[in-house]
Structures are given as C-alpha cells and as structure tokens.
Design a protein around this ligand. Structure first.
Ligand code: FDA
Length: 397
C-alpha cells in the first residue's frame, strides 16, 4: 500500500494487554481517534490467566516501595495520580463483584473475564478501535508523527504508545518488540530477567525435597537485603509459593537464600526449655508441632537430627536452631520466562517523563506497562502499574 493511502489515527497503541486497553480508553474519552494493534487472536490473554483465573487486579496498599526499578522514584508520579481506589471505583461502576483475598489484594469474585470485558467495554464506549491478528512490520518517524507498516496495511499516527509487555510466558504472545523499537529510536534498554518465578534446585536437594511436593508452610525468606514473610511451596521442580516468587525478583544467579522456617519462634530458647521439661522429646516431634509433619520428618532426616533432646549438647541445639532460622540454600536457577509472572528490567525509565510516559527526546513516543523498567511485588501491584502508567499516557497522548 502506498503511503498516501495510509489510514490515519491520532493515537496508535501496540499491545492489547492491561496497559494498552486502559490507555486506549483514556485517550478515546479525550476525543482522540485511537487504534490498538494486537498480534494475537485475542486481547488480554494475561489478564485472563492472572490470579489463578480471577485476576488480582490491584492492591489497596500499593505504594512505590512495592516496585523494583533502576530508577525507583520514576513510578511515584503515575501511581499517585491514578490510585488503587481509582481503579476500584471503575470496577465497581461496572458492577464487577470482587473480594479481598489477602490484605489489600483485590480479586474478581467470579472470573478475570469480567475485568477484561470491562476494559473492552471501556474501549468501545471511548470509541477506540481494536485490530487483532495484526503485526507491526516497521515503524518510522514522519514530520507529524509515525508511519507504521503493518500486516493490515499502512497506518499514520501522531502518537505511538508501546504497550507490548515483557518476555514472560512466550506462549501467551510475549515478544521483545517493545525493546527492539526502543533501541531503534536510540532509547536504552536495561538487561531483562525473569521475576516472580519459581526456583529450581541442584540435583541432591531436589531429590531430597521431591517427596514433599505440594507441601506449603509460612517462611521468612531473605536475599540481598530484602525479606518476605509468606508461604513457601515445595514443587516437583524446586521451590515456589508467594515467598519464593517474591524473593526471586531480588535474586541473582549464584546468590544464596536464607530461610527462617520458624518465623515468630525462638527455636534455641524453645529447644533449651523442652530439653529441660520433656527430655525424651525428639527434635522432629518439636518441628512437627510447627511445620507440616512430612516436612518436619524429612528436614530432621536431612540434617541427621535423631534421638531425644536430652542427648543434644548445647552446641548441637545452637547449630540446629541456627539451621532452622537461617536455612541457607543456593538455587540452581529459576524456571525462567516460561513460567515467570513478570520481566524485570526493560526500557530505561530515565528517558521518559514520569508524568506522561513520553520519551523526552522522541516526540510522540510513549512506553507503558511492563515493557518499562518498573516491576511490582506479587499481589496486584503489577496491574496497578499497568493501569497507572496507561492513564498517565492516555491523558496526554
Ligand atoms: P501484557 O503482557 O498484559 O500485554 C502485552 C500485549 O502486547 C499482549 O496482548 C501481547 O500479545 C501484545 N504484544 C506483544 N508483542 C506484540 C507485537 N509485536 N505486536 C502486537 N502486539 C504485541 N499481575 C498482577 O498485578 N496480579 C496478578 O494476579 C497477576 N497474575 C499473573 C499471572 C501470570 C501467570 C502472569 C504471567 C502474570 C501475572 N501478573 C499479575 C502480571 C501481569 O499480568 C502483567 O504485569 C501485566 O499483564 C502487564 O501488562 P502489560 O499491558 O504491560 O503487558
């Protein structure tokens, strides 16, 4: 198609995920002619699979401290101007039933489908057009904005918003398009890695823990100056559950995790008292009062803790207590992008206005959502970033 026949829009958004759809509605309501381009056959696939199919769509306690970034202050402005309560108001205007599962974590009561339908309705009411199964073949700057060559023909627009997400779950349509486009326009991209992802273990520990797959217990896991007090889940491949997913975003290959298996307990004091009061009690029995029985048994066997407490010398008790409060292990790695909920790193936010998400040196180019170097903790923070950054751009693009 020759350039003169290009279709024209005010705003083109690439990616019909959480951020792209939200941005389209905001820009459409301002009277902008908006087109969303999505290469998959359906929009919002990650929304549908999120939160176990019920989408943890925000967190009422979300603050900038819940986000990781090389430029930690960047997220403050957008998060302040579009809050979890703002999104909750929208959800309630659409009559979507929701519930608070853990503290502050809001989920759809029935299905994530309700939330996706809400976004699509908003886009419809705002007059935004959605084009599926369409890929962007090339992008170049023009005097008035951008010229896109797509599988569905040429498109001209004033503002181009990149909302293509991160690299996690490639089977759901994730691509590196956003990073490549950033580089094309001279923007730097920070190294990316999988976040909120289960750990894999070295063969010996994997084998020792494998029979415990499915067992979960609350732990306090520490790594690189951060810690999370949440459940840990043993899986056939390694360790998962909220505690491990959270700390995986702080973990770098080679790092050691320190896990307090008895948070809220003082094992040394408790063991010393028990040795006096119930000398025939075994360490395993003590552990099974706090931990799931099978986990307690295996952990005791793994560490050679046999016999009654009366046979333990002071330094044996000290060493056992130390192991229980600071169980150190070095994961072999993570399951990677295949199962990661998010991608850490991405387009460097230092190149953008924190109020508008616009690239400072590339007029009319915006990056929103997960493609930029802002990554939330587990618990609804990542969607809150998608909504907030989308509204910041949609109100101006
Ligand atoms: P998102 O990935 O949602 O959308 C990007 C879109 O761009 C996709 O539709 C993709 O197909 C499209 N695209 C990519 N490349 C393209 C190209 N070249 N051309 C055209 N289109 C292209 N977060 C949270 O807060 N609460 C939760 O409960 C969960 N749960 C959860 C579970 C699982 C299994 C995963 C994988 C992730 C979560 N998350 C989450 C994270 C959350 O899903 C994520 O942070 C947001 O979806 C990011 O929104 P974006 O719109 O930025 O990207």
């Amino acid at each position: 198609m020759c350039e003169t026949m290009a279709q024209t829009y005010d705003v083109v958004i690439v990616g019909a995920g959480a951020a792209g759809l939200m941005c389209a509605a905001a820009a459409g309501y301002r009277g902008r002619r908006v087109l969303i381009i999505e290469h998959a056959a359906k929009p919002g696939k990650k929304i549908l699979m999120s939160g176990g199919g019920r989408c943890n769509f925000t967190n009422l306690n979300s603050t900038p401290a819940n986000f990781l970034s090389d430029n930690p202050h960047f997220c403050i402005s957008a998060l302040k101007r579009y809050t979890p309560q703002d999104f909750l108001d929208l959800v309630e205007r659409h009559g979507i039933e929701h519930e608070e599962k853990a503290e502050g974590q809001l989920f759809c009561r029935h299905s994530a489908r309700d939330l996706l339908d809400m976004l699509l309705t908003e886009c419809d009411w705002a007059g935004a057009e959605l084009r599926l199964k369409t890929s962007v073949e090339s992008v170049r700057q023009t005097a008035g904005g951008y010229h896109l060559k797509t599988s569905g023909g040429a498109i001209e627009c004033e503002a181009l918003v990149v909302a293509t997400g991160g690299l996690s779950i490639p089977t759901m349509g994730a691509t590196g398009f956003g990073y490549d486009l950033a580089r094309q326009f001279g923007l730097s991209v920070l190294p990316t890695r999988a976040g909120l992802v289960p750990f894999t273990l070295h063969a010996e520990l994997k084998q020792q823990l494998a029979p415990l797959a499915g067992i979960s217990c609350p732990v306090d896991v520490h790594c690189n100056g951060e810690h999370f007090l949440e459940p840990m889940l043993v899986t056939h491949r390694g360790l998962s559950g909220p505690a491990m997913l959270q700390i995986s975003s702080l973990w770098q290959p080679g790092d050691v995790l320190s896990i307090d298996l008895l948070p809220g307990h003082d094992p040394l004091a408790e063991l010393q008292t028990l040795k006096q009061q119930q000398p025939s009690l075994s360490l395993e029995r003590y552990l099974s009062r706090i931990l799931p029985k099978r986990f307690a048994q295996s952990f005791a066997i793994m560490h050679g803790w046999q016999g009654p407490l009366q046979e333990y010398r002071s330094n044996d008790l000290e060493s056992a207590a130390e192991t229980l409060s600071h169980w150190t292990l070095q994961p072999a790695g993570t399951e990677g992008y295949r199962t990661a909920e998010v991608t850490l790193g991405g387009v460097d936010t230092r190149q953008f206005s924190s109020r508008t998400m616009a690239a400072r040196d590339v007029p009319g180019l915006y990056f929103i959502g997960e493609v930029v170097d802002v990554t939330g903790h587990l618990g609804g923070h990542n969607f809150q970033w998608a909504w907030a950054s989308a509204v910041a751009a949609g109100n101006i693009a």
